[in-house]
Design a protein around this ligand. Structure first.
Ligand code: ZN
Length: 121
């Protein structure tokens, strides 16, 4: 490829990537953040460096997200399957916990790379 071809391809990739992963690129926090989405809308960002609990209220019910020791998990919810509460705590970039009944997603941004490309659930 010619030099300009490479530049154009990279530019296109950069634009497409930033559109798709704007949320991921925005996050550059050491240690990562747990981003909480409800129905695809970002509700809050919880630093993994700070132990905290956050209650997510949705029209379908609630989920309680807990951050402890640099990991995030859903410790309580009133969804019908409770799959989200059984999910292990997440801490690696792009790991996520999904509560399908509530359309709640907790996703890790920034922080350490996920070396194992495992998608649980
Ligand atoms: Zn759930």
């Amino acid at each position: 490829m010619k030099k300009w071809d490479v530049i154009i391809v990279l530019a296109v990739l950069a634009v497409a990537g930033s559109l798709y992963f704007s949320g991921l690129l925005r996050a550059d926090t050491p240690g990562g953040v747990a981003v909480v989405y409800v129905d695809g809308v970002e509700i809050t960002r919880l630093s993994l460096l700070k132990d905290t609990e956050y209650r997510v209220e949705t029209e379908h019910g609630y989920n309680v997200v807990k951050v402890e020791d640099g990991k995030a998990e859903i410790i309580d919810a009133d969804c019908r399957d409770k799959i989200c509460t059984k999910h292990k705590a997440i801490s690696l970039k792009n790991e996520s916990i999904i509560c399908l009944p509530h359309k709640v997603v907790v996703e890790i941004e920034g922080g350490n790379e996920n070396t194992v490309d495992a998608v649980v659930q």
